[in-house]
Design a protein around this ligand. Sequence first.
Ligand code: PGA
Length: 249
Amino acid sequence: MMRKKIVAGNWKMNKTPSETVELIKALKPLVKNDEVDVVFCTPFVSLVSAIEAAKGSDIAIGAQNMYYEESGAYTGEVAPNMLTEIGVQYVVIGHSERRAYFSETDETVNKKVLKAIEHKLIPIVCVGETLEQREQGITVDLVRLQTKIALKNVSKEDAMKMVIAYEPIWAIGTGKTATSQQAEEVCAAIRQVVSEIYDQETAQAVRIQYGGSVKSANAKELFSMPNIDGGLVGGASLTTDFGNIVNYK
Ligand code: PGA
């Protein structure tokens, strides 16, 4: 089975609504590629503008977070139906910055994954190790565990539609990219753990991205690896280089 590649831009805390419209206008003609699903994950307040600006293109819009309850007394949080009502299709869950600065854990990641799926949002679940953990030799153990907990109580059918992003924390925003071999090794380990939890069919369907200093200069080599199905792109997604990343071939 051929998995369709997926390249998602994680805009992080960048771009006001008007800046979002400008950037999408500039990138729209550059990110056309029928062989790749393209997603822009913007800040919450820019989502409506992003959806409007992306009309008439194949660009899908994603949020960078959401809460795992339906509604209620959770000041400052955003519920899944607020995202689906405006036309958001994807949601990044458990980005390492959220784990590090906003106390997200494997358990809250799992709750968010289940809630996103319930609302037919496609989760892009982030996993990955610190430099210290890599040097200790526990990368694969850690990422296996993060993946297992994220997928707890997720059905096979839903798991098949998910996206998992392997993002080594030491490679995020540092200009240090994992080598294609390092990235492939961990993405293959993630696919292996998915096959252990479910079966080969599920493992072959789930899409696994690499993230961490992806740019056009390294996208081709990374995305050509057998277990890497595209990328989650931070810094470079805010520039015209994103068009070259989407058209990496
Ligand atoms: P980067 O960020 O491409 O700027 O390294 C990737 C990410 O955090 O998703």
